[in-house]
Design a protein. Structure first.
Ligand code: ADP
Ligand code: MG
Length: 260
């Protein structure tokens, strides 16, 4: 059983405010392999965030099944859902840091809330993690005093505290310039290689980072197309995929190989 996440013919609709229904996912099936990086790309409003919410059990499928590490969570609730969610680390758009807490306090939060570790243990763990994400010396600053890239690194450090087996990133480079974007994706790739978690990155374009994705899923009008690599996408015959490639991928094939 090597799948971290599996969608089996998942349908998700919402009632439209003016009446009628909007079909966001129209019977999609895909597998997210364990210990690899999958990028889910698609235009704005195509259902990328809804897909992540289905994985976390924050939104329920109308039909079909969602499996996490082989366990069907489609109708799970209460304690079972809590247990499933505890396997995830999540980094949403905008980092979601607490403005009134320092860098140290933000990163320490999951350890304080979810574990019985002593303050001394927490201090050591947080310090190690801040060194790892090149944030040492910034522990007493508040989020507003940090650059966008540093805020993302604090968000990543916090999401990693409980050693998740699956990391979900929802448009994690929003608001960053292209240089910062590359740096953050390289950091994700290095962190993933070191810790071996399953990584799911949602993005409105295909990250122009060679070697980042082991698999790319393109979400368009309720359908998902699965590709084994960003390079494989260029061979698709489907018009909407060709259009997406033309609009967002640009010079990907000239991008240089990076070390993970
Ligand atoms: N709770 C909700 N109620 C009604 N419609 C929703 C809800 N959540 C999302 N939607 C709709 O579903 C579609 C996909 O949303 P979303 O997954 O957030 O898109 P994106 O790909 O930009 O992340 C959008 O049209 C959005 O308006
Ligand atoms: Mg979204």
């Amino acid at each position: 059983m090597s799948a971290a996440i599996e969608f089996d013919r998942v349908v998700k609709t919402f009632a439209k405010s003016g009446g009628g229904v909007q079909t966001v996912l129209d019977g999609v099936s895909f597998t997210i392999p364990r210990g690899k990086t999958t990028v889910i790309a698609g235009g704005s409003g195509q259902g990328k965030s809804v897909t992540l919410k289905l994985v976390l059990g924050l939104v329920r499928a109308d039909s079909g099944r969602v499996l996490v590490h082989g366990r069907d969570i489609t109708r799970a609730g209460g304690r079972e859902l809590e247990e499933v969610r505890s396997q995830f680390g999540v980094l949403f758009q905008g980092s979601a840091l607490f403005d009134s807490l320092t860098v140290f306090e933000n990163v320490a939060l999951p350890l304080r809330e979810r574990t019985a570790k002593s303050e001394e243990e927490i201090r050591l763990l947080v310090a190690a993690s801040l060194r790892q994400f090149e944030l040492a010396g910034h522990e007493d600053k508040y989020p507003a005093q940090l650059s966008g890239g540093m805020q993302k690194r604090v968000g990543l450090a916090r999401a990693m505290q409980l050693k998740p087996s699956i990391m979900l990133f929802d448009e994690p480079t929003t608001g960053l310039d292209p240089v910062m974007t590359r740096e953050i994706y390289h950091l994700f790739a290095r962190t993933q290689a070191e810790f071996g978690f399953t990584s799911v990155i949602v993005s409105h374009d295909i990250p122009k980072i060679f070697n980042l994705a082991d698999q790319v899923i393109i979400l368009h009008r309720g359908q998902m197309d699965v590709f084994s690599s960003p390079e494989a996408i260029q061979w698709s015959e489907k018009p909407h995929i060709r259009e997406f490639v033309k609009m967002t991928m640009g010079d990907i094939y000239q991008s240089s190989v990076v070390e993970k």
